[in-house]
Write a protein that binds this ligand. Structure first.
Ligand SMILES: [Zn+2]
Length: 76
């Protein structure tokens, strides 16, 4: 798709790192599938990915961590 930020680039399949902060806890997910603009580098998550990301985050945060770095591909 066309990038809505720079309006010049096209997005390509790639991976990104997403940081979530919730209730004082910080969670970092590496290797999150994303669409990345080949011009400005803006990243877009598909709805299904962002939903799954929040679902995975909820499970990890419920275990009581304060800071954690996870590989998105390896979180069940
Ligand atoms: Zn762009």
């Amino acid at each position: 798709m066309k990038c809505v930020i720079c309006k010049n680039g096209d997005t390509k399949n790639g991976f990104t790192t997403i940081t979530l902060e919730k209730n004082g806890a910080t969670l970092v997910f590496k290797n999150v599938p994303a669409l990345v603009c080949d011009n400005c580098g803006e990243k877009y998550l598909e709805d299904s990915v962002s939903k799954e990301l929040l679902f995975k985050a909820k499970g990890i945060l419920e275990s009581g961590v304060e800071v954690d770095i996870r590989d998105y591909q390896k979180v069940a």
